[in-house]
Design a protein around this ligand. Structure first.
Ligand SMILES: NC(=O)c1ccc[n+]([C@@H]2O[C@H](COP(=O)([O-])OP(=O)(O)OC[C@H]3O[C@@H](n4cnc5c(N)ncnc54)[C@H](OP(=O)(O)O)[C@@H]3O)[C@@H](O)[C@H]2O)c1
Length: 328
């Protein structure tokens, strides 16, 4: 690996812009190539973010000789295909969450990464957020005792605009895969794989989930998760242990602060940990570190973590009968 990590980006939408802004904060990274379905969009994006070259195809990015790692920022249904294409051309890959739409697809990406001997990571940026990293460490260190409950929500009003990826079954739309992944991620990193998965859904006219409530059952703990596109929620998360509670302040999946509650030792103490840039900075830094160390997966958000989280989401969808067209 060169000293400078050379990036390519495919799918130049909302998150790709934020990603490019955070990438620009690194002196040891270069945005080499960007690919869009439209040359005009690619040129616009390249001029905004200082990319060296702009293309009207995604393929041109992963066949570019100077690109080390490709960031896939397209709708969900394309993640597996595009990640595997980039890996097959010898590129490392950071792919937006969810890594794919189901476990079978996710496993096929990881198999492709192993076969190509390249790095692959799902861009589960919250795992690298400084507040969440510290909270996870504290919980794992036993600071609140045995965890008995995790609760998190992620809901806001997302209108169903014609053709938009968020409500389109063909693009892997729906609130679960788009935002429900975050509350389930928190339950998973704290409590691991659940024994039982129960869920209830309000389906949108388009066929995808507009609202979803999930209860994960463990031997001596419960996790409750809510996501949706129909109404705003508090965007708070709480982790309750036998010796205290941690409250992750809104917007919890990109938090700047948490509080330790319900314990005489630290009751009400608010702890602030600033994120850098939009917060995508931290997952980018993790990729750079992994590449410089020659790793093929992140020790912080591993291939198994991606597969396990996707398996939980598969079970949620099984529980409510939510099937994507590509799965029939
Ligand atoms: N928005 C966020 O805050 C956020 C945060 C974290 C993660 N994510 C994840 O990032 C990914 C992209 O989300 P986004 O919000 O950036 O979506 P977006 O604004 O709709 O952008 C997605 C881009 O993918 C490309 N694309 C390829 N095929 C497409 C198709 N059939 N329909 C629409 N776009 C297509 C388009 O780029 P070109 O026209 O340039 O090819 C489009 O601009 C998703 O996996 C999402 O879950 C989003």
């Amino acid at each position: 690996m060169e000293t400078v990590v050379r990036w390519g980006v495919v799918g130049l939408g909302r998150i790709a812009h934020k990603f490019a802004q955070d990438l620009a904060l690194f002196e040891d990274a270069e945005l080499v190539a960007v690919g869009s379905r439209s040359l005009k969009n690619a040129h616009h994006f390249a001029s905004q973010h200082g990319a060296r070259e702009a293309f009207d195809s995604y393929e041109a990015v992963w066949t570019h000789p100077d690109v080390d790692i490709v960031y896939v920022a397209t709708p969900h249904h394309q993640h597996a295909e595009l990640s595997k294409a980039a890996l097959a051309h010898g590129k490392h890959v950071l792919c937006e969450k969810p890594a794919a739409i189901n476990t079978k697809e996710s496993a096929s990406i990881i198999g492709a990464a192993q076969a190509a001997d390249r790095f692959f990571m799902e861009a589960l940026w919250s795992r690298f957020n400084p507040v969440l990293s510290e909270v996870i460490d504290r919980v794992r260190n036993g600071d609140i005792g045995t965890v008995r409950h995790v609760q998190a929500d992620f809901s806001f009003v997302m209108p169903a605009v014609e053709g938009s990826r968020t409500h389109d079954p063909l693009q892997g739309g729906g609130s679960l895969l788009d935002v429900g992944i975050y509350p389930l991620f928190l339950a998973y990193v704290v409590l691991g794989m659940p024994e039982t998965v129960q869920a209830s859904m309000i389906r949108h006219a388009s066929g995808v989930d507009d609202q979803m409530a999930v209860v994960l059952g463990y031997e001596r703990a419960l996790a409750t998760a809510y996501c949706g596109f129909a109404s705003p929620s508090g965007m708070e998360a709480t982790i309750g242990g036998e010796d205290g509670r941690i409250l992750i302040h809104p917007v919890w999946h990109e938090a700047d602060a948490y509080s330790l509650m319900g314990n005489g030792k630290w009751d009400g103490q608010r702890i602030t940990r600033s994120k850098t840039g939009h917060g995508l900075y931290h997952e980018i830094a993790a990729c750079h570190e992994a590449l410089r160390e020659g790793l093929r997966e992140s020790p912080t958000w591993t291939h198994s973590d991606s597969l396990n989280l996707m398996a939980i989401m598969d079970r949620v969808r099984d529980a409510v009968g939510l099937i994507y067209p590509s799965e029939t």
